[in-house]
Write a protein that binds this ligand. Structure first.
Ligand code: SAH
Ligand code: TMP
Ligand code: ZN
Length: 408
Protein backbone atom coordinates (compact mmCIF):
# COMPACT_ATOMS: atom_id res chain seq x y z
CA UNK A 1 0.00 0.00 0.00
CA UNK A 2 1.39 3.42 -0.95
CA UNK A 3 1.09 5.79 1.94
CA UNK A 4 1.41 9.55 1.87
CA UNK A 5 2.78 12.10 4.30
CA UNK A 6 3.37 15.85 4.49
CA UNK A 7 6.64 17.17 3.03
CA UNK A 8 9.02 18.48 5.68
CA UNK A 9 10.31 21.09 3.25
CA UNK A 10 7.20 22.56 1.61
CA UNK A 11 4.06 20.96 3.15
CA UNK A 12 3.35 19.29 -0.21
CA UNK A 13 2.26 15.66 -0.57
CA UNK A 14 4.89 12.93 -0.23
CA UNK A 15 4.01 9.64 -1.90
CA UNK A 16 5.79 6.48 -0.83
CA UNK A 17 7.80 4.53 -3.42
CA UNK A 18 9.59 1.93 -1.32
CA UNK A 19 8.89 0.24 2.01
CA UNK A 20 11.50 -1.73 3.97
CA UNK A 21 9.09 -2.58 6.78
CA UNK A 22 10.04 -2.49 10.46
CA UNK A 23 13.72 -1.75 11.05
CA UNK A 24 15.87 -1.37 14.16
CA UNK A 25 17.96 1.77 14.74
CA UNK A 26 20.94 1.29 12.42
CA UNK A 27 23.67 2.33 14.86
CA UNK A 28 22.28 0.62 17.97
CA UNK A 29 24.71 -2.27 18.41
CA UNK A 30 23.34 -4.50 21.12
CA UNK A 31 25.42 -5.72 24.07
CA UNK A 32 25.18 -9.54 24.08
CA UNK A 33 22.66 -10.79 26.60
CA UNK A 34 21.05 -7.34 26.87
CA UNK A 35 17.43 -7.64 27.93
CA UNK A 36 16.46 -4.10 26.90
CA UNK A 37 14.00 -4.27 23.99
CA UNK A 38 15.27 -2.90 20.69
CA UNK A 39 13.44 0.04 19.19
CA UNK A 40 11.92 -0.49 15.75
CA UNK A 41 10.38 2.02 13.34
CA UNK A 42 8.89 1.83 9.87
CA UNK A 43 11.40 2.54 7.11
CA UNK A 44 9.64 3.80 3.99
CA UNK A 45 10.64 6.49 1.50
CA UNK A 46 8.60 8.84 -0.65
CA UNK A 47 9.07 11.88 -2.85
CA UNK A 48 7.25 15.20 -2.71
CA UNK A 49 5.08 16.01 -5.71
CA UNK A 50 5.69 19.75 -5.20
CA UNK A 51 9.38 20.29 -4.31
CA UNK A 52 10.57 16.75 -5.31
CA UNK A 53 12.47 16.18 -2.03
CA UNK A 54 12.93 12.46 -1.33
CA UNK A 55 12.37 11.73 2.36
CA UNK A 56 11.47 9.14 4.98
CA UNK A 57 7.83 8.82 5.96
CA UNK A 58 8.54 8.21 9.64
CA UNK A 59 10.86 10.24 11.86
CA UNK A 60 12.88 8.63 14.67
CA UNK A 61 13.35 10.89 17.75
CA UNK A 62 16.80 12.49 17.45
CA UNK A 63 17.93 11.62 20.99
CA UNK A 64 17.43 7.92 20.18
CA UNK A 65 20.00 8.18 17.38
CA UNK A 66 22.50 10.85 18.48
CA UNK A 67 23.65 10.48 22.06
CA UNK A 68 26.68 9.92 24.29
CA UNK A 69 27.37 6.48 22.81
CA UNK A 70 26.85 7.23 19.10
CA UNK A 71 29.36 4.73 17.70
CA UNK A 72 30.26 6.20 14.29
CA UNK A 73 33.74 7.69 14.27
CA UNK A 74 34.43 9.63 11.08
CA UNK A 75 38.21 9.27 11.38
CA UNK A 76 38.05 5.47 11.00
CA UNK A 77 38.83 5.83 7.29
CA UNK A 78 42.18 7.19 6.05
CA UNK A 79 40.60 8.22 2.75
CA UNK A 80 37.97 10.28 4.59
CA UNK A 81 40.69 11.87 6.75
CA UNK A 82 42.41 13.00 3.53
CA UNK A 83 39.12 14.17 2.03
CA UNK A 84 38.27 16.38 5.01
CA UNK A 85 41.81 17.73 5.41
CA UNK A 86 41.59 18.86 1.77
CA UNK A 87 38.09 20.30 2.36
CA UNK A 88 39.33 22.32 5.34
CA UNK A 89 42.35 23.54 3.40
CA UNK A 90 40.14 24.73 0.57
CA UNK A 91 37.99 26.77 2.96
CA UNK A 92 41.16 28.21 4.51
CA UNK A 93 42.47 29.22 1.08
CA UNK A 94 39.23 30.59 -0.36
CA UNK A 95 36.50 31.62 2.11
CA UNK A 96 38.43 32.13 5.36
CA UNK A 97 40.82 34.82 4.17
CA UNK A 98 39.38 37.92 5.91
CA UNK A 99 40.79 39.57 9.06
CA UNK A 100 39.11 37.28 11.65
CA UNK A 101 37.26 34.54 9.80
CA UNK A 102 34.82 32.17 11.54
CA UNK A 103 33.61 28.73 10.44
CA UNK A 104 30.87 26.63 12.04
CA UNK A 105 30.44 22.92 11.37
CA UNK A 106 27.25 20.96 12.02
CA UNK A 107 27.94 17.33 12.96
CA UNK A 108 31.69 17.79 13.49
CA UNK A 109 31.89 14.27 14.96
CA UNK A 110 35.45 13.42 16.10
CA UNK A 111 36.90 16.58 14.54
CA UNK A 112 37.90 15.02 11.22
CA UNK A 113 37.44 18.37 9.36
CA UNK A 114 37.78 21.03 12.07
CA UNK A 115 41.04 19.50 13.33
CA UNK A 116 42.82 21.06 10.33
CA UNK A 117 41.07 24.42 10.89
CA UNK A 118 42.03 24.38 14.59
CA UNK A 119 45.66 23.65 13.72
CA UNK A 120 45.67 26.65 11.37
CA UNK A 121 44.56 28.82 14.33
CA UNK A 122 41.29 29.85 12.68
CA UNK A 123 38.23 30.71 14.77
CA UNK A 124 35.76 27.81 14.56
CA UNK A 125 32.98 25.97 16.33
CA UNK A 126 31.69 22.43 15.94
CA UNK A 127 28.06 21.81 16.87
CA UNK A 128 27.78 18.13 17.73
CA UNK A 129 25.10 16.49 19.89
CA UNK A 130 26.80 13.10 20.27
CA UNK A 131 28.86 13.51 23.43
CA UNK A 132 31.41 10.73 22.97
CA UNK A 133 32.59 11.84 19.54
CA UNK A 134 32.44 15.53 20.58
CA UNK A 135 34.88 14.72 23.43
CA UNK A 136 37.27 13.10 20.95
CA UNK A 137 37.25 16.27 18.84
CA UNK A 138 37.80 18.47 21.90
CA UNK A 139 40.79 16.30 22.87
CA UNK A 140 42.29 17.24 19.50
CA UNK A 141 41.97 20.97 20.13
CA UNK A 142 38.63 21.49 18.38
CA UNK A 143 36.13 23.88 20.00
CA UNK A 144 32.82 22.02 20.28
CA UNK A 145 29.37 22.84 21.52
CA UNK A 146 27.52 19.64 22.52
CA UNK A 147 24.18 20.45 21.00
CA UNK A 148 21.81 19.90 18.13
CA UNK A 149 22.05 22.68 15.56
CA UNK A 150 18.68 24.38 15.15
CA UNK A 151 17.32 27.93 15.17
CA UNK A 152 17.93 28.61 18.86
CA UNK A 153 21.50 27.20 18.76
CA UNK A 154 22.29 29.41 15.77
CA UNK A 155 20.93 32.52 17.50
CA UNK A 156 23.10 31.77 20.54
CA UNK A 157 26.23 31.24 18.47
CA UNK A 158 25.58 34.43 16.53
CA UNK A 159 25.21 36.39 19.80
CA UNK A 160 28.45 34.97 21.24
CA UNK A 161 30.71 34.64 18.20
CA UNK A 162 29.21 36.86 15.51
CA UNK A 163 28.37 35.87 11.93
CA UNK A 164 29.94 32.84 10.23
CA UNK A 165 31.78 33.11 6.92
CA UNK A 166 31.28 29.41 6.33
CA UNK A 167 28.69 27.03 7.71
CA UNK A 168 29.62 23.48 6.77
CA UNK A 169 27.96 20.09 7.22
CA UNK A 170 29.07 16.72 5.86
CA UNK A 171 26.74 13.75 6.00
CA UNK A 172 24.70 15.65 8.56
CA UNK A 173 22.15 17.97 6.91
CA UNK A 174 20.41 14.96 5.36
CA UNK A 175 20.12 13.57 8.93
CA UNK A 176 17.99 16.49 10.17
CA UNK A 177 14.22 16.29 9.57
CA UNK A 178 13.52 19.70 11.18
CA UNK A 179 15.00 21.54 8.19
CA UNK A 180 12.82 24.66 8.65
CA UNK A 181 14.47 25.37 11.99
CA UNK A 182 17.95 24.59 10.63
CA UNK A 183 17.52 26.93 7.66
CA UNK A 184 16.21 29.76 9.83
CA UNK A 185 19.29 29.14 11.96
CA UNK A 186 21.55 29.29 8.92
CA UNK A 187 20.06 32.60 7.77
CA UNK A 188 20.51 34.00 11.30
CA UNK A 189 24.14 32.93 11.58
CA UNK A 190 25.49 33.37 8.06
CA UNK A 191 27.54 36.51 7.23
CA UNK A 192 26.07 38.62 4.36
CA UNK A 193 28.46 37.10 1.81
CA UNK A 194 28.95 33.81 3.68
CA UNK A 195 28.36 30.33 2.28
CA UNK A 196 26.47 27.34 3.61
CA UNK A 197 28.21 24.26 2.18
CA UNK A 198 27.02 20.69 2.71
CA UNK A 199 27.77 17.33 1.18
CA UNK A 200 25.56 14.27 1.35
CA UNK A 201 24.85 11.08 -0.63
CA UNK A 202 23.43 11.99 -4.03
CA UNK A 203 20.07 10.42 -4.83
CA UNK A 204 21.04 9.96 -8.49
CA UNK A 205 24.00 7.80 -7.41
CA UNK A 206 21.77 5.77 -5.08
CA UNK A 207 19.38 5.06 -7.95
CA UNK A 208 22.17 4.37 -10.44
CA UNK A 209 23.94 1.93 -8.10
CA UNK A 210 20.83 0.50 -6.38
CA UNK A 211 22.60 1.40 -3.13
CA UNK A 212 19.42 1.09 -1.11
CA UNK A 213 21.50 0.57 2.03
CA UNK A 214 21.95 4.35 2.15
CA UNK A 215 18.37 4.32 3.40
CA UNK A 216 18.11 4.01 7.20
CA UNK A 217 16.82 5.97 10.19
CA UNK A 218 19.61 8.59 10.28
CA UNK A 219 19.36 9.41 6.57
CA UNK A 220 16.07 11.30 6.53
CA UNK A 221 16.53 13.12 3.21
CA UNK A 222 18.02 12.09 -0.14
CA UNK A 223 19.06 15.25 -1.91
CA UNK A 224 19.00 16.22 -5.57
CA UNK A 225 20.07 19.56 -7.05
CA UNK A 226 16.45 20.28 -7.91
CA UNK A 227 15.13 19.66 -4.39
CA UNK A 228 17.95 21.71 -2.84
CA UNK A 229 17.29 24.57 -5.24
CA UNK A 230 13.61 24.55 -4.25
CA UNK A 231 14.48 24.31 -0.55
CA UNK A 232 16.96 27.19 -0.76
CA UNK A 233 14.55 29.45 -2.65
CA UNK A 234 11.85 28.94 0.01
CA UNK A 235 14.26 30.23 2.64
CA UNK A 236 15.86 33.30 1.08
CA UNK A 237 18.89 31.33 -0.05
CA UNK A 238 20.19 30.34 -3.48
CA UNK A 239 21.98 27.28 -4.80
CA UNK A 240 25.18 28.75 -6.28
CA UNK A 241 27.42 25.73 -6.81
CA UNK A 242 27.36 21.94 -6.97
CA UNK A 243 30.28 19.55 -7.11
CA UNK A 244 30.08 15.79 -7.44
CA UNK A 245 32.24 13.90 -4.98
CA UNK A 246 33.35 10.26 -5.22
CA UNK A 247 33.22 9.60 -1.44
CA UNK A 248 30.62 7.40 0.29
CA UNK A 249 29.44 5.94 -3.01
CA UNK A 250 28.76 9.30 -4.70
CA UNK A 251 27.85 12.60 -3.10
CA UNK A 252 27.16 16.17 -4.11
CA UNK A 253 28.64 19.18 -2.31
CA UNK A 254 26.07 21.98 -2.47
CA UNK A 255 26.94 25.64 -1.86
CA UNK A 256 24.16 28.01 -0.82
CA UNK A 257 24.49 31.78 -0.43
CA UNK A 258 22.00 34.51 0.41
CA UNK A 259 19.76 35.07 -2.62
CA UNK A 260 21.49 37.39 -5.08
CA UNK A 261 24.79 37.50 -3.15
CA UNK A 262 26.76 35.27 -5.52
CA UNK A 263 26.63 34.34 -9.18
CA UNK A 264 25.65 30.66 -9.66
CA UNK A 265 28.29 28.58 -11.46
CA UNK A 266 27.41 26.79 -14.75
CA UNK A 267 27.67 23.48 -12.85
CA UNK A 268 24.30 24.20 -11.22
CA UNK A 269 22.38 24.49 -14.49
CA UNK A 270 24.26 21.47 -15.87
CA UNK A 271 23.32 19.18 -12.98
CA UNK A 272 19.71 20.40 -12.99
CA UNK A 273 19.51 19.65 -16.72
CA UNK A 274 21.00 16.20 -16.20
CA UNK A 275 18.49 15.36 -13.46
CA UNK A 276 15.68 16.48 -15.74
CA UNK A 277 16.91 14.44 -18.69
CA UNK A 278 17.14 11.21 -16.62
CA UNK A 279 13.74 11.99 -15.03
CA UNK A 280 15.30 11.37 -11.64
CA UNK A 281 12.27 11.68 -9.40
CA UNK A 282 9.61 10.59 -11.89
CA UNK A 283 7.38 7.70 -10.83
CA UNK A 284 8.71 5.22 -13.39
CA UNK A 285 12.32 5.88 -12.27
CA UNK A 286 11.38 5.30 -8.64
CA UNK A 287 9.49 2.13 -9.53
CA UNK A 288 12.52 0.90 -11.50
CA UNK A 289 14.67 1.51 -8.41
CA UNK A 290 12.27 -0.55 -6.32
CA UNK A 291 12.47 -3.46 -8.78
CA UNK A 292 16.28 -3.33 -8.70
CA UNK A 293 16.25 -3.42 -4.90
CA UNK A 294 14.08 -6.55 -4.95
CA UNK A 295 16.48 -8.20 -7.38
CA UNK A 296 19.52 -7.40 -5.21
CA UNK A 297 17.73 -8.82 -2.17
CA UNK A 298 16.78 -12.03 -3.97
CA UNK A 299 20.23 -12.53 -5.53
CA UNK A 300 22.06 -11.92 -2.25
CA UNK A 301 19.88 -14.25 -0.19
CA UNK A 302 20.12 -16.94 -2.88
CA UNK A 303 23.93 -16.71 -2.97
CA UNK A 304 24.29 -16.77 0.82
CA UNK A 305 21.98 -19.80 1.11
CA UNK A 306 23.95 -21.68 -1.54
CA UNK A 307 27.21 -20.94 0.26
CA UNK A 308 25.77 -22.04 3.61
CA UNK A 309 24.42 -25.24 2.10
CA UNK A 310 27.83 -26.05 0.64
CA UNK A 311 29.48 -25.59 4.05
CA UNK A 312 31.30 -22.32 3.38
CA UNK A 313 32.01 -19.79 6.12
CA UNK A 314 30.75 -16.32 5.21
CA UNK A 315 31.59 -13.19 7.21
CA UNK A 316 30.66 -9.54 6.80
CA UNK A 317 33.18 -6.68 6.55
CA UNK A 318 32.24 -3.31 8.05
CA UNK A 319 29.41 -3.20 10.58
CA UNK A 320 28.08 -0.14 8.82
CA UNK A 321 24.79 1.57 9.62
CA UNK A 322 24.00 0.80 5.97
CA UNK A 323 24.31 -2.93 6.65
CA UNK A 324 21.38 -2.76 9.10
CA UNK A 325 19.01 -2.16 6.18
CA UNK A 326 20.53 -4.94 4.08
CA UNK A 327 20.55 -7.52 6.88
CA UNK A 328 17.11 -6.76 8.28
CA UNK A 329 15.37 -6.23 4.96
CA UNK A 330 16.86 -9.42 3.48
CA UNK A 331 16.34 -11.41 6.69
CA UNK A 332 20.03 -12.32 6.96
CA UNK A 333 21.12 -13.40 10.42
CA UNK A 334 23.97 -15.47 11.94
CA UNK A 335 22.67 -18.51 10.09
CA UNK A 336 23.97 -16.97 6.83
CA UNK A 337 26.72 -14.62 8.06
CA UNK A 338 28.77 -15.90 11.00
CA UNK A 339 30.26 -12.60 12.18
CA UNK A 340 31.07 -9.09 10.95
CA UNK A 341 34.53 -7.52 11.18
CA UNK A 342 34.72 -3.85 12.15
CA UNK A 343 37.58 -1.61 13.26
CA UNK A 344 35.42 0.45 15.67
CA UNK A 345 36.11 -0.63 19.28
CA UNK A 346 32.62 0.48 20.41
CA UNK A 347 31.00 -1.96 17.94
CA UNK A 348 33.22 -4.95 18.71
CA UNK A 349 31.91 -7.46 21.23
CA UNK A 350 28.36 -6.34 20.44
CA UNK A 351 25.84 -7.80 17.99
CA UNK A 352 24.27 -6.13 14.94
CA UNK A 353 20.92 -4.37 15.44
CA UNK A 354 17.91 -6.58 14.79
CA UNK A 355 19.84 -9.52 13.33
CA UNK A 356 22.24 -10.13 16.24
CA UNK A 357 25.35 -11.14 14.29
CA UNK A 358 28.50 -10.84 16.45
CA UNK A 359 30.88 -7.96 15.60
CA UNK A 360 34.57 -8.85 15.84
CA UNK A 361 37.85 -6.98 15.36
CA UNK A 362 39.83 -7.04 12.08
CA UNK A 363 42.49 -8.99 14.03
CA UNK A 364 39.98 -11.75 14.78
CA UNK A 365 38.98 -11.71 11.08
CA UNK A 366 42.64 -12.20 10.08
CA UNK A 367 43.24 -14.92 12.69
CA UNK A 368 40.97 -17.33 10.86
CA UNK A 369 39.83 -16.03 7.48
CA UNK A 370 36.33 -17.00 6.33
CA UNK A 371 35.81 -18.40 2.80
CA UNK A 372 33.78 -15.35 1.77
CA UNK A 373 33.26 -11.83 3.11
CA UNK A 374 30.35 -9.55 2.23
CA UNK A 375 31.75 -6.04 1.81
CA UNK A 376 29.22 -3.95 3.74
CA UNK A 377 31.63 -0.98 3.81
CA UNK A 378 31.63 -0.98 -0.02
CA UNK A 379 32.10 2.79 -0.06
CA UNK A 380 35.57 2.20 1.44
CA UNK A 381 36.37 -0.64 -0.99
CA UNK A 382 39.68 0.69 -2.26
CA UNK A 383 41.04 1.23 1.24
CA UNK A 384 39.76 -2.09 2.58
CA UNK A 385 40.77 -4.28 -0.37
CA UNK A 386 44.30 -2.86 -0.12
CA UNK A 387 44.39 -3.41 3.64
CA UNK A 388 43.02 -6.96 3.41
CA UNK A 389 45.07 -8.18 0.46
CA UNK A 390 46.14 -11.20 2.55
CA UNK A 391 42.52 -12.37 2.75
CA UNK A 392 42.32 -12.74 -1.03
CA UNK A 393 45.83 -14.21 -1.20
CA UNK A 394 44.65 -16.86 1.27
CA UNK A 395 41.84 -17.76 -1.16
CA UNK A 396 39.12 -15.57 0.35
CA UNK A 397 36.53 -14.03 -1.97
CA UNK A 398 34.68 -10.74 -1.59
CA UNK A 399 30.94 -10.64 -2.09
CA UNK A 400 29.72 -7.29 -3.37
CA UNK A 401 26.10 -6.20 -3.77
CA UNK A 402 26.55 -2.70 -5.23
CA UNK A 403 25.61 -2.02 -7.99
CA UNK A 404 24.49 -5.67 -8.16
CA UNK A 405 25.37 -8.95 -6.46
CA UNK A 406 28.70 -10.29 -7.66
CA UNK A 407 31.90 -11.98 -6.50
CA UNK A 408 35.12 -9.99 -6.68
N1 SAH B 1 30.59 15.07 9.48
C1 SAH B 1 30.99 13.72 9.83
C2 SAH B 1 29.94 12.99 10.68
C3 SAH B 1 28.74 12.49 9.96
S1 SAH B 1 27.69 11.52 11.02
C4 SAH B 1 31.32 12.93 8.58
O1 SAH B 1 31.01 13.35 7.48
O2 SAH B 1 31.89 11.85 8.73
C5 SAH B 1 26.40 12.66 11.38
C6 SAH B 1 26.72 13.53 12.61
O3 SAH B 1 25.70 14.51 12.74
C7 SAH B 1 26.75 12.74 13.91
O4 SAH B 1 27.97 12.93 14.57
C8 SAH B 1 25.55 13.33 14.69
O5 SAH B 1 25.73 13.33 16.08
C9 SAH B 1 25.44 14.74 14.11
N2 SAH B 1 24.13 15.40 14.18
C10 SAH B 1 22.90 14.86 14.14
N3 SAH B 1 21.96 15.81 14.24
C11 SAH B 1 22.61 17.00 14.34
C12 SAH B 1 22.19 18.36 14.49
N4 SAH B 1 20.92 18.71 14.54
N5 SAH B 1 23.15 19.31 14.57
C13 SAH B 1 24.46 19.00 14.51
N6 SAH B 1 24.92 17.74 14.39
C14 SAH B 1 23.99 16.75 14.30
P1 TMP C 1 30.60 4.09 6.83
O1 TMP C 1 30.46 3.33 5.56
O2 TMP C 1 29.29 4.61 7.36
O3 TMP C 1 31.67 5.16 6.77
O4 TMP C 1 31.06 3.05 7.94
C1 TMP C 1 32.23 2.28 7.78
C2 TMP C 1 32.31 1.22 8.85
O5 TMP C 1 33.31 0.29 8.48
C3 TMP C 1 32.70 1.76 10.23
O6 TMP C 1 32.01 1.03 11.24
C4 TMP C 1 34.19 1.47 10.31
C5 TMP C 1 34.35 0.22 9.43
N1 TMP C 1 35.62 0.14 8.75
C6 TMP C 1 36.44 -0.96 8.96
O7 TMP C 1 36.08 -1.86 9.71
N2 TMP C 1 37.64 -1.01 8.30
C7 TMP C 1 38.06 -0.01 7.46
O8 TMP C 1 39.15 -0.09 6.90
C8 TMP C 1 37.18 1.13 7.23
C9 TMP C 1 37.57 2.22 6.29
C10 TMP C 1 35.97 1.14 7.89
ZN1 ZN D 1 8.03 19.30 -0.76
Amino acid sequence: MQETSVCRICDGEVTEFIDFGKQPLADRFVAPGSSAPEMFYRLAVGSCSTCTMVQLLEEVPRESMFHEEYPYHSSGSSRMREHFAATAQRFIDTELTGPDPFIVELGSNDGIMLGTVAKAGIRHLGVEPSGGVADLAAAHGVRVRKDFFEESTAADVRATDGPADVIFAANTLSHIPYMDSVLRGVTTLLAPNGVFVFEDPYFADIVRKTSFDQIYDEHFYFFTARSIQEMAARNGLELVDVERLPVHGGEVRYTLARAGARQPTPAVADLLAEEKSVQLTERHTLEGFQRSVLKTRDDLVKLLRELRDSGKVVAGYGATAKSATVLNYCGIDSDLISYVSDSTPAKQGRVTPGTHIPVVSPEAFADDYPDYAVLFAWNHAEEILAKEEAFQKAGGRWIRYVPEVHLA
